[in-house]
Write a protein that binds this ligand. Structure first.
Ligand code: SAM
Length: 303
């Protein structure tokens, strides 16, 4: 199984063994409508893949990884690390940086990372180099997250880790697979996605932000009840057009319940099947203390 090179919040990597067997066979076009880290689409066999998300930076980054030569991308990653003087423990070890594994590399990398972040935020040519800078920045950022402020500036502080062997392997595997796929990237609100191009052999996987949990992509113009209702109408439209789809979500989490979704399911019992999944902590925030807190994670299918 290929893991996204981005440590993406809400990523479904750990749930894949439960999700993939529930997907249809022989998919012509697989639409990853809220692709995020691409953990799902990258592991689905289909003749064609469409990756969609409202975060344009992600899509340009994937486009760069797909279309730039793999070795050139890796060379550029190492050039950027060297240019900014960022740490590379896999080569030099912790002692070289006067740091250790438990406190991490943040102290050493802070100023260097901020210079990279500043250069990225004030760069005007959005080319392959620019998106490779974005990748390096994510690797060295806090918890490897992606967050932009309302002015469109990347605003995460430095993290504890650097570009290690595991990250390099994940990057290589992802690049090799995305290059083999016949894939397209689109940056649309799900509601503007043109479903008239789809047929009965296609499959839409829908993994929106969850209404009752929070994530960085829920900040600013975040997910809300209105969007949730529009999404459910969008799914009803796919269903009446006989296009197969599956929705990931949680019905309950940490004492909250998603009443909109639960009521919609009750009203449409004949149309949708609810598959209960074993919670994977996939959506746990790093500072969630109580990992035992129950969450009812489901996949809802229209087939
Ligand atoms: C739960 S994440 C998807 C994770 C992904 N399935 C994975 O495994 O890596 C939800 C994604 O929805 C995107 N998103 C939020 N609002 C959206 C909208 N209105 N239309 C399309 N994508 C949206 C966010 O940017 C985020 O990447």
């Amino acid at each position: 199984m290929i893991q996204s090179p981005l440590n993406y919040t809400g990523g479904k990597f750990k749930l894949l063994p439960q999700l993939l067997p529930l997907f249809p066979n022989n998919i012509h076009t697989f639409v990853d409508l809220f692709c995020g880290g691409c953990n799902v689409g990258i592991n689905v066999k289909a003749q064609k893949h469409i990756y969609n998300d409202t975060n344009r930076y992600l899509l340009y980054l994937y486009n760069t990884l797909k279309n730039n030569d793999r070795d050139v991308t890796l060379e550029t990653v190492y050039n950027i690390i060297e240019k900014y003087g960022l740490s590379l423990v896999s080569k030099y070890g912790y002692d070289y940086y006067d740091c250790n594994s438990s406190s991490g590399l943040g102290r050493y990398n802070k100023e260097k990372y901020l210079k990279l972040r500043n250069d990225f935020n004030f760069n005007t040519s959005e080319d392959y180099y620019y998106y490779t800078m974005l990748y390096v920045m994510i690797v060295y950022s806090f918890n490897n997250q992606i967050r932009f402020n309302s002015k469109g500036e990347f605003n995460l502080p430095v993290g504890k880790r650097d570009f290690n062997q595991r990250m390099e392997s994940k990057l290589i595997d992802f690049i090799d697979t995305i290059k083999k796929q016949d894939s397209q990237f689109s940056c649309l609100d799900f509601n503007d996605f043109n479903t008239s191009q789809l047929t009965e052999n296609d499959f839409v996987y829908i993994d929106p932000p969850y209404l009752i949990t929070c994530a960085t992509y829920n900040e600013q113009d975040g997910w809300n009840e209105d969007k949730e209702k529009k999404l459910l109408s969008f799914i009803d439209k796919l269903t009446s057009n006989k296009i197969k789809c599956a929705l990931s979500n949680v019905l309950r989490s940490k004492g909250k319940k998603n009443s909109i979704l639960i009521e919609w399911l009750e009203k449409n019992q004949d149309k949708y099947t609810v598959h209960e999944l074993k919670y994977s902590y996939a959506n746990s925030n790093y500072h969630t203390k109580d990992k035992t807190d129950s969450s009812q994670e489901v996949l809802i299918t229209n087939y």
